[in-house]
Design a protein around this ligand. Structure first.
Ligand code: NDP
Length: 286
C-alpha cells in the first residue's frame, strides 16, 4: 500500500506558520489584507471563495469578499481592480476564475498589480517563474512543492512527469520541478503513448480533469503520485488517479479529497502574507 500524503494535516501546519507570521506583523501594527472578487453565482466558485475568505480570516488576515452580478461590465471590473491596486488595506487581489463569457480573462489578469497578484497568474509573475526570478507562484503547484518538502521527498535528479499543461497548474508545476532539478516531461492530450512516459516517472503529477484516468498498470512501482484533479462522479469527489489500483503500486500518494486541495488555500494565505511583507519592505523569499 502507498504511503498517503495527508494534505489536510500539512495545510494545517502551513496555516499555523502563516498565522504566526500574521500575528507578528499585527504586533508591529501591520495587518495583511486579501480581497477576493467573485462574479456571478457559480456554485463551485462560490464555495471556493467562501472557503478562501474563511481560511484567511482564521489566520488573522483582513479578508473581504466582493460579489458582483454576472452582468457586471468588464470596464466596471477593471475600474474596481484599479481602485484596489491603490488601496493600502489590501496586499492580495484575487479574481475568481472562470469569468463570465463577455470578459477577457487575460485583460482582467493583466489589470491586477503584479505586486498584489497572489494567484501568480500575471504575465510578469509567469515570466519571473520561468526566468528563476522572485515573484508570486500559482498556489496549486506551490502547494504540491510544499507537500513534497514537508514529506521529505526529494525531486532532484528524479524523472518527473506532469500530465496537463494549463497555465494555472501544469506549466508552473513543470517550471517548479525544473527549478528543483528534476528531469521534467510534460504530457497533454496530444501525447502519443502516454503510458510509456508515466511508467518511467519517479514522480507523477496528474492535472488532467478526468476521473480515475491514471490506473495502477501505468504507474512505476514505488513512484510518488500527486493527484491534482478534482472531479465529481455521482455526486462524489474523486481525482484523476484511480485510487484503488494506484494505491497498490505507488510509494506515496495524495488522496482526493484531502490531498492537494487544502494546500492550495494554504498557499494563497502564504502568498498574501508575502505580498504584505513585500509592501512593508520586510524580508521575504520573493
Ligand atoms: P485544464 O482543463 O485547463 O487542463 C487539463 C490538461 O489536461 C490539459 O493540458 C489537457 O491537454 C490535459 N489532458 C486532457 N485530456 C488528456 C488526456 N486524455 N491525456 C493527456 N492529457 C490530457 O485543467 P486545469 O489544469 O485547470 O485543472 C486540472 C485538474 O486539476 C482539474 O480536475 C481541476 O479541477 C483540478 N484543479 C485542482 C486544484 C486543487 O486545488 N486541487 C486547483 C486547480 C485545478 P491539452 O492542453 O492538450 O488540452
Amino acid at each position: 500500500m502507498a504511503q498517503l500524503i495527508d494534505g489536510k494535516q500539512w495545510a494545517l501546519v502551513s496555516r499555523e506558520e502563516t498565522a504566526k507570521t500574521v500575528s507578528d506583523l499585527k504586533t508591529n501594527g501591520f495587518t495583511p489584507g486579501l480581497v477576493v472578487i467573485l462574479l456571478g453565482e457559480h456554485p463551485a466558485s462560490m464555495s471556493y471563495v467562501k472557503g478562501k475568505d474563511k481560511a484567511a480570516t482564521a489566520v488573522g488576515i483582513h479578508s473581504e469578499l466582493i460579489q458582483l452580478p454576472t452582468s457586471t461590465t468588464e470596464a466596471a471590473l477593471l475600474q474596481l481592480i484599479e481602485r484596489l491596486n491603490h488601496d493600502d488595506r489590501y496586499h492580495g487581489i484575487l479574481v475568481q476564475l472562470p469569468l463570465p463569457q463577455h470578459m477577457n480573462e487575460e485583460t482582467v489578469i493583466r489589470a491586477i498589480s503584479p505586486q498584489k497578484d497572489v494567484d501568480g497568474f500575471h504575465p510578469l509573475n509567469v515570466g519571473a517563474l520561468t526566468s528563476g526570478l522572485p515573484g508570486f507562484i500559482p498556489c496549486t503547484p506551490l502547494g504540491v512543492m510544499k507537500l513534497l518538502a514537508y514529506e521529505g521527498i526529494s525531486v532532484e535528479g528524479k524523472n518527473a512527469v506532469v500530465i496537463g499543461r494549463s497555465n494555472i497548474v501544469g506549466k508552473p508545476m513543470a517550471q517548479l520541478l525544473l527549478r528543483a532539478n528534476a528531469t521534467v516531461t510534460i504530457c497533454h492530450s496530444k501525447t502519443h503513448n502516454l503510458a510509456s512516459f508515466t511508467r518511467e516517472a519517479d514522480l507523477l503529477i496528474a492535472a488532467i480533469g478526468r476521473p480515475n484516468f491514471i490506473t495502477g498498470d501505468i504507474v512505476k512501482p514505488g513512484a510518488t503520485v500527486i493527484d491534482v484533479g478534482i472531479n465529481r462522479v455521482d455526486g462524489k469527489l474523486c481525482g484523476d488517479v484511480e485510487f484503488s489500483t494506484v494505491d497498490h503500486v505507488a510509494g506515496f500518494l495524495t488522496p482526493v479529497p484531502g490531498g492537494v486541495g487544502p494546500m492550495t488555500i494554504a498557499m494563497l494565505l502564504h502568498n498574501t502574507v508575502e505580498a504584505a511583507m513585500l509592501m512593508a519592505n520586510m524580508d521575504t523569499d520573493k
